[in-house]
Design a protein around this ligand. Structure first.
Ligand code: GLU
Length: 213
C-alpha cells in the first residue's frame, strides 16, 4: 500500500507533504517523491528508500510552493528505482501520484507510444500522466480531462494531480483505493489515510468510488 499526500494552500506546503509522508511510512514503500508548483513551473524530487532521503534532498535543493503532491511507492509494476518513483509527469505539464494498479496499462501505453508520448518509467501509472496531457492538449479543463480518462482506466486507483497551467488547483479521483480530503481554512489536502493530515486539520470528507474533486 502506498501513501499519497497533497496540499493546496496560501502557505508553503513542502513541510506538510514530508510530514504527511512520514506519517504514512507504516504502510511500507520503496521510494518517496514529490512535485511542487512554484507558481510558474512544476518541480519534482524523487529518492529511492526512506522519506528521510527525500527530506534530506529537499533540505539541499528546496522546493517551494503552495501546491503539491507527494507519494511513497509500493512497487507493483517496475523495480524500485528513481525513474519508477512517483510523481510521474508528462513533459513539464502534469504531475500524477497513484495508488493502485491500472490493469489495462499495456494497451494504453502502446496507444500513447504510437501517438508520440515518451515513457521514462516501467510503471502502469505513467499512462495516467500522458492520457491527461493528451486531453489537456485538446483544450479540455483538467476536471473534464480527468473525468474522461478515468472512464478508460481498468483496475484500482487513487490519484493526485497537479497541472502547470492551474497553479492553485489540486485534483483527485478515486476508484477502489482509499483517499480522503482534509478540509482546512484557506487550504485543502488529500491523503491515503487521515492520519497523514492530523497536524493540519481534523475535518475530513470521504470520496465514493468514481468521485472526482
Ligand atoms: N502501480 C503503481 C506503481 O507500481 C503504484 C503502486 C502504489 O500503489 O504505490 O508504481
Amino acid at each position: 500500500m502506498c501513501g499519497i499526500v497533497g496540499a493546496v494552500s496560501e502557505r508553503q506546503i513542502t513541510g506538510i507533504l514530508v510530514e504527511g509522508l512520514s506519517r504514512l511510512e507504516y504502510r511500507g514503500y520503496v521510494s518517496a517523491g514529490m512535485a511542487v508548483h512554484d507558481g510558474q513551473h512544476i518541480h519534482r524530487l524523487r529518492r529511492i528508500g526512506k522519506v528521510k532521503a527525500l527530506s534530506d534532498a529537499q533540505s539541499e535543493t528546496p522546493l517551494n510552493g503552495t501546491l503539491g503532491i507527494a507519494h511513497t511507492r509500493w512497487a507493483t509494476h517496475g523495480v524500485p528505482a528513481e525513474n519508477n518513483a512517483h510523481p510521474h509527469m508528462s513533459g513539464d505539464r502534469v504531475a500524477v501520484v497513484h495508488n493502485g494498479i491500472i490493469e489495462n496499462y499495456e494497451r494504453l501505453k502502446d496507444e500513447l507510444i504510437h501517438a508520440g508520448y515518451l515513457f521514462t518509467s516501467e510503471t502502469d501509472t505513467e499512462v495516467v500522466a500522458h492520457l491527461l496531457a493528451q486531453q489537456l492538449q485538446l483544450g479540455k479543463s483538467v476536471r473534464d480531462a480527468l473525468g474522461d480518462i478515468i472512464k478508460r482506466l481498468e483496475g484500482a486507483f487513487a490519484l493526485g494531480v497537479i497541472d502547470k497551467h492551474n497553479p492553485t488547483q489540486l485534483y483527485t479521483a478515486r476508484k477502489g483505493s482509499p483517499l480522503v480530503i482534509g478540509v482546512g481554512i484557506g487550504e485543502n489536502f488529500i491523503a491515503s489515510d487521515q492520519l497523514a493530515l492530523l497536524p493540519v486539520t481534523d475535518r475530513f470528507m470521504f470520496l465514493e468510488d468514481g468521485d472526482i474533486a
